[in-house]
Design a protein around this ligand. Structure first.
Ligand SMILES: Nc1nc2c(c(=O)[nH]1)N[C@H]1C(S)=C(S)[C@@H](COP(=O)(O)OP(=O)(O)OC[C@H]3O[C@@H](n4cnc5c(=O)[nH]c(N)nc54)[C@H](O)[C@@H]3O)O[C@H]1N2
Ligand SMILES: Nc1nc2c(c(=O)[nH]1)N[C@H]1C(S)=C(S)[C@@H](COP(=O)(O)OP(=O)(O)OC[C@H]3O[C@@H](n4cnc5c(=O)[nH]c(N)nc54)[C@H](O)[C@@H]3O)O[C@H]1N2
Ligand code: SF4
Ligand SMILES: [Mo]
Length: 786
């Protein structure tokens, strides 16, 4: 590989100290000199870096950052620089597979699709389309989600459609809706260029959004650097740069946030005029947080009162603030309630809608925003409200179908419930696309059992043979990034186009083509007998999508394929009023909460009970933001005598999820070849464990065996990266989700991957043959380097 730096060792590259305008630095990694470059964006995290794909002789041979892109100004991180090699990997799926006599065999597209259609029709005949469920991704393209969303809602009429975004950033959407009336990030990455303070809440940004972290590192190296507050139980790379690092016990985010808000309010560090003019609910919020003096917070969370005070002083006095929130909140106890407290912090201080003031209820996956926008998850397209009949009618008009065709008698089924219905037998066909639940869902023994059920017909659409496709009845080979054209939207609403650079391998087809093929074979029509799906190309789908967004918060009507091509990505809303897109939402302090406009009528943050349309109309905030408090609820499972330790799980800088892409890059694989269990020095001594010892971690649901990594974490807490499953190593149980719990947040329905009670023990030197891998881990991961 020829690269502008060795990003495995030098993760973030050279500093460009600045304040104001982030300088350009073009990062690149190629295996050969490309004969041409094709415009794209990276699909290995939600940061959405603008990149070009290098092509030679019809093959991808490298990538480089786009210097004109407002997201990255040319920069790339290790995953982006190396992950592309997976496209060329020899073990790509190239033909459909069908299960026959218990074994998968190759089949033609006609045979595979006809089988899916035949099964669909049989199920519909017996039990209506309620027997069919879809479990999709945060990694397909906008045009694919919209097509799938229309098929599910107006073709089949099933409410059972959701994505792995439920595991990922359902809480982001829920928190934004709860405070501001609709999804959509208020801020812009450009806020980092001038802000005085950054807060990372349950977000290891240094590892997980490496390029955004470069922007912060460059600010830290420049004039008037921002203060950095980090709330994370582990001493992550991010925490190492913190002005103040609060390390709460897992599941205690609410006490910490209530404590911070209490100190800020009692010190008088609030913007009363903003609160009065633009919010509702301050008194109730104040009442709840008053119960949380620092000493009480310390008792529950372990965060020293003095440190909490220091953080409150910084957050209470800063003149601008950028906050990021991610899985340490979204996948932990009281997820939505805790994420909402960040919105509250910005609202009570009036730090929103202007330069330097951004809230990023972060996304994780590159296209998660589009799953939510397009209605391929449990939302209606373009942030419409399923319990507002007029919104549903708008969609019926747009798609030219009867209102009753679109399921809106109850909330769309969330993923955890879809899996439950499959388990219970009422869902008979589950179509999985672009996700690997046999590694990424909680409580894997249960997921494997469901996937293997005799009476569940499983379709899995992927580029590789995975732990999930292994169990499918039909496997469809998917074309992926670089092999198809489409758009996607990153955290700060920047929309990028990714052009097709090369042909997919063998007979692999894009998800877009597969979904349209299904629709045609099923004969889905509108009410005049015309084809329901009226588009044949991604560009036509994009044009249809634009119409769907007209007048909604995520207005794309001012964009086009040609406008997105040639320069930078563009931030929505982009329409007549904002032809070049918009950096900020809510600049005028008017939020999307009006009863006829909002995406939700809201929920009780503690119980998840829905507010009805009548109740909402009675209190219509009509443009004011909600301040919503919440009191502490203890985690559903906590350490006890039998399982005395907290488990938490997460990520490493070098791998993306179940490693289907990053595990196929030699550089990334060798940088982090195996999983591990991170424990504190205190626990290592207590259990007589040395670095690299194989240890067993057991919960009530399963067990894994992993080498020990000591340090960088508090006593009583165990951390396991969740990347490692079985496609490349079946020797021992090692997937973190063997241990995790089937529980979810009351409001967002996002599962709780961030805590469970476990016990650990030494395995007594078995499995020595992977000693070499352990040596590499010891070398690569010094304590704290996570
Ligand atoms: N390298 C890499 N980057 C990625 C990904 C990847 O797989 N690899 N995936 C992408 C995706 S889809 C996502 S969703 C994001 C996720 O990005 P992050 O949310 O940053 O990743 P995690 O490691 O899951 O969790 C973040 C932190 O939460 C902390 N944590 C655990 N429990 C608690 C708690 O109770 N409270 C608090 N405050 N913190 C807690 C953990 O110690 C961890 O450091 O990353 C994206 N970027
Ligand atoms: N314990 C624990 N579990 C977790 C988490 C955690 O922090 N801890 N995090 C959760 C989060 S935030 C996430 S996002 C999930 C991620 O979990 P998954 O979604 O299961 O992870 P991926 O490995 O990204 O799976 C994506 C699959 O899609 C395939 N793919 C890629 N591109 C395309 C395409 O264009 N078309 C098709 N059809 N397939 C494609 C890839 O080969 C891969 O198999 O894991 C969740 N699970
Ligand atoms: S920060 Fe995310 S989007 Fe940017 S290069 Fe890295 S993985 Fe890709
Ligand atoms: Mo995610």
């Amino acid at each position: 590989m020829q690269a502008s730096r060795d990003s495995i060792i030098d993760i973030w590259g050279e500093r460009s100290p600045y304040r104001g305008e982030w300088p350009v630095r073009v990062d690149q990694c190629t295996s050969e000199e490309p004969d041409h470059w094709v415009q794209s964006a990276c699909v290995l995290c939600s940061n959405g870096c603008g990149i070009d794909i290098g092509v030679k002789n019809g093959r991808i041979v490298g990538v480089r950052g786009r210097k004109e892109d407002i997201v990255n100004f040319g920069r790339m991180g290790p995953k982006g620089l190396h992950g592309w090699v997976a496209n060329n990997s020899k073990d790509r799926l190239t033909k459909p597979l069908i299960r026959e006599n218990g074994k998968l065999r190759e089949a033609g597209w006609d045979e595979a699709m006809n089988l899916i259609v035949q099964r669909s029709k049989e199920i519909i005949e017996k039990q209506t389309s309620l027997g069919i469920g879809f479990y999709t991704s945060g990694q397909l393209f906008l045009e694919e989600y919209y097509t799938l969303g229309v098929i599910g809602k107006a073709g089949l009429g099933t409410p059972h459609m959701d994505g792995n975004t439920r595991l990922c950033t359902a809480t982001s959407a829920a928190a934004l809706k709860a405070s501001f009336g609709s999804d959509g990030q208020p801020g812009s990455y450009s806020d980092i260029d001038t802000t005085d303070c950054v807060l990372h809440f349950g977000h290891n940004i240094a590892s997980q959004q490496t390029v955004l972290w470069m922007r912060i590192l460059d600010r830290l190296a420049g004039p008037n650097p921002p203060k950095v507050v980090v709330i994370d139980p582990r001493e992550t790379y991010t925490a190492q740069k913190a002005t103040v690092h609060l390390a709460p016990k897992p599941g205690t985010n609410i006490p910490v946030m209530n404590g911070l808000l209490h100190l800020i309010i009692t010190a008088g560090h609030i913007n009363r005029a903003y609160i009065d003019a633009h919010t509702v609910g301050f008194e109730e919020l104040e009442k709840i947080v008053t119960e949380w003096p620092p000493e009480r917070v310390e008792k529950l969370s372990g965060v020293p009162a003095a440190k909490l005070r220091e953080a409150a002083r910084i957050l209470g006095t800063t003149r601008s603030l950028v906050s990021t929130v991610l899985q340490g909140v979204y996948q932990s106890m009281q997820a939505t309630a805790a994420a909402v407290q960040i919105n509250n912090l910005h609202l009570v201080r009036g730090l929103i809608g202007s330069d330097g003031c951004g809230i990023y209820q972060m996304n994780g996956q590159p296209t998660a925003q589009n799953t939510r926008e397009c209605g391929a998850d449990g939302d209606l397209p373009a942030f419409r409200n399923w319990s507002n009949k007029e919104h549903v009618q708008q969609l019926a008009g747009l798609w030219n179908v009867e209102l009753h065709k679109i399921p809106h008698w109850s909330p769309p089924t969330h993923a955890m419930q879809i899996w439950r219905f499959a388990e219970a037998g009422s869902i008979k066909m589950l179509w999985i696309s672009g996700t690997n639940p046999a590694v990424s869902m909680p409580e894997l023994s249960r997921i494997r059992e469901i996937l293997q059920k005799e009476d569940l017909f499983v379709v899995a659409q992927d580029a590789f043979m995975t732990e999930t496709t292994k169990f499918a009845d039909v496997v469809l080979p998917a074309a992926i990034w670089g092999e198809k054209t489409g758009c996607y939207t990153n955290v700060d609403r920047t929309v990028h186009i990714s052009h097709k650079a090369v042909e997919p391998p063998g007979e692999a087809r894009s998800d877009f083509d597969i979904f349209i093929d299904y629709s045609r074979r099923m004969g889905f029509k509108d009410k005049d007998g015309a084809d329901l799906i009226k588009w044949n190309t991604p560009e036509e789908a994009f044009e249809a999508w634009k119409e769907c967004t007209r007048g909604r918060p995520c207005d794309y009507t001012g964009m086009s394929y040609s406008k997105l091509t040639g320069g930078s990505g563009i931030q929505w809303p982009c329409n007549e009023k904002f032809p070049e897109g918009s950096h900020h939402l809510y600049t005028d302090g008017v939020f999307n909460t009006a009863a006829d406009y909002c995406e939700t009528y809201g929920h009780d943050l503690d119980t998840g009970a829905a507010v009805t349309q009548e109740e909402y109309k009675a209190i219509d905030p009509n443009g004011k933001a909600f301040l919503k408090g919440s009191d502490y609820i203890p985690p559903h499972e906590a350490p006890d005598e039998e399982y005395p330790l907290w488990l938490t799980t997460g990520r490493l800088v070098y791998h993306f999820h179940t490693r289907t892409k990053t595990g196929r890059s030699k550089e990334l694989h060798e940088a982090a070849p195996d999983g591990y269990v991170q424990i504190s020095e205190e626990d290592a001594a207590k259990y007589n464990i040395a670095e690299g010892d194989m240890i067993e971690v057991a919960s009530r649901r399963g067990k894994i065996v992993e080498p020990a990594k000591i340090g960088g974490i508090g006593p009583g807490i165990v951390f396991v990266p969740f990347h490692y499953g079985y496609w490349d190593n079946e020797e021992r149980p090692r997937a973190a989700n063997e241990l995790t719990i089937t529980e979810w947040d009351a409001v967002s329905k996002q599962p709780h991957f961030k805590y469970a009670a476990v016990k650990i023990s030494k395995t007594g030197g078995i499995l020595d043959k992977i000693g070499e891998a352990i040596e590499t881990i010891k070398e690569k991961f010094k304590p704290g380097e996570t």
